[in-house]
Design a protein around this ligand. Structure first.
Ligand SMILES: Nc1ncnc2c1ncn2[C@@H]1O[C@H](COP(=O)(O)OS(=O)(=O)O)[C@@H](OP(=O)(O)O)[C@H]1O
Ligand SMILES: [Mg+2]
Ligand SMILES: [Mg+2]
Ligand SMILES: [Mg+2]
Length: 396
């Protein structure tokens, strides 16, 4: 059966693979001064900028009419300062080193059922095999400035999801998705530090690529391109509740980890939580790594130090991961059980938190979240304190 978006798959796989080659090289050579702190206090490195330049260059040559919603922009690279100039020339050097490599050609990609799928063949007309220089690459980064919306084709790009994880040598992911009329149709996630084999310690096995196409399942293949790479279908395993572990953020400021623990206790989950940066969590979830059967991300209460009350999830942080979950047999929603809405612009707007799991478990988690939040509200009121630990809007 022909798989839809076959060309898009091929382009997205090539783009993510090249970006991952870049980030891996940068990690081994990152020096002081190559990381900035953005306005929202989060880090960004030369690898984030140059990976966005590489992917956007490829996308805008392969699909010139498609807008892109990318996390980064070039403002910090254009400032008239010495630091900015140094950063800019490093970004240009890194991106051009990857783009100049000649296109790889593999005749076809097949999965274990011999279905012809988007393989790893590349074409020169995707902007490959040549250097582009500063102006073109900064422009390519800024092609990611699209505002998003309900209608039409558009790509979401997180050139490094989990920059903090990347910096500490932990998990991170290069994440690309194609949306059509606000529905994710294709998702590709490159995880350079994730072992290809579940629960393997890594070593030579590190580097996995995940692809999901709506209606056509989820697959994994090695991150390194090779003519022999076979795609393996990924299906979320059925795990008993007490065998599950929650998959959650490493950063306390990104998710209410204490509330997660109460939800876990309420439904009888005994396993210790597995903490991992980035959408590598979705990859671990669909493979059942470490017993992880639930992805749980609840907003942290309050807007003060360490709190993220009012934070709106970005669509590039969940678009490919959400399709991966659905195509591997799982369910994904916000913490109230509502579908994630990718049509509101660059953020998920009024969605609060994210929950992903197999259907039966998902329903139990949503129920437990509401019960725990109601309990917490009650406790806060009982203490007569003016400061609530949970914002009211969760309970609406
Ligand atoms: N305040 C706040 N609340 C919630 N989420 C936030 C917040 N700030 C940032 N982010 C986004 O979190 C992305 C990192 O994903 P995770 O939280 O899954 O990983 S981590 O363990 O926190 O690193 C991270 O993605 P990257 O910026 O691509 O690393 C952010 O988009
Ligand atoms: Mg970031
Ligand atoms: Mg991110
Ligand atoms: Mg990022």
């Amino acid at each position: 059966m022909p798989v839809p978006f076959s060309l898009e798959q091929q382009v997205a796989i090539a783009a993510v693979r090249r970006a991952c080659a870049l980030t891996t090289t940068v990690f081994n050579k990152l020096v002081a001064g190559e990381t900035l702190v953005k306005g929202d206090k989060s880090p960004v490195t030369v690898a984030d900028f140059s990976a966005q330049a590489v992917i956007n260059t490829i996308l805008s040559h392969a699909f010139p009419d498609d807008p892109i919603i990318g996390e980064e922009d070039s403002a910090d690279l254009r400032a008239p300062t010495k630091e900015s100039e140094l950063l800019r020339s490093r970004v240009v050097e890194l991106a051009d080193e990857i783009l100049v490599q000649p296109p790889l050609f593999f005749p076809r990609g097949v999965d274990e059922d011999e279905v012809v799928v988007g393989g790893s063949g590349e074409r020169p007309e995707w902007g490959l095999g040549r250097r582009w220089g500063a102006e073109a690459l900064l422009k390519a980064i800024d092609r990611g400035n699209y505002a998003g919306g309900r209608l039409g084709r558009m790509w979401t790009l997180d050139p490094i999801d989990g920059t903090k994880g990347f910096l500490r040598g932990g998990q991170y992911a290069v994440c690309l998705a194609l949306l059509v009329d606000a529905r994710v149709e294709l998702g590709v996630i490159g995880c350079p530090n994730l072992p290809q084999i579940t629960n393997d310690s890594g070593g030579d096995n590190k580097g996995a690529l995940f692809i999901a196409v709506r209606g056509h399942g989820a697959r994994q293949l090695p991150l390194s391109p090779s003519a022999l790479s076979t795609q393996v279908r990924v299906n979320m395993p059925h795990l008993a509740l007490h065998d599950l572990s929650f998959l959650e953020s490493v950063e306390k400021a990104h998710a209410a980890l204490d509330t997660n623990a109460r939800v876990a206790a309420r439904i009888g989950v005994r396993g210790a939580p597995v903490r991992m940066d980035s959408q590598a969590k979705y990859a671990a979830l669909v493979r059942g790594d470490g017993g992880g059967g639930v992805y749980l991300r609840l907003p942290v209460a309050g807007g003060g130090k360490g709190g993220n009350g009012g934070y709106q999830e970005k669509i590039w942080d969940h678009a490919p991961g959400s399709l991966l979950v659905e195509e591997a047999g799982g369910v994904i929603s916000d913490s109230r059980g509502r579908p994630l809405d990718f049509g509101l612009g660059r953020t998920l707007g009024e969605n609060f938190g994210v929950v992903a799991a197999r259907k039966e478990v998902h329903a139990q988690v949503i129920e437990a979240i509401q019960a725990v939040l109601a309990e917490t509200e009650g406790e806060a009121e009982g203490e007569g304190t003016a400061v609530r630990t949970v914002p009211n809007f969760w309970l609406r």
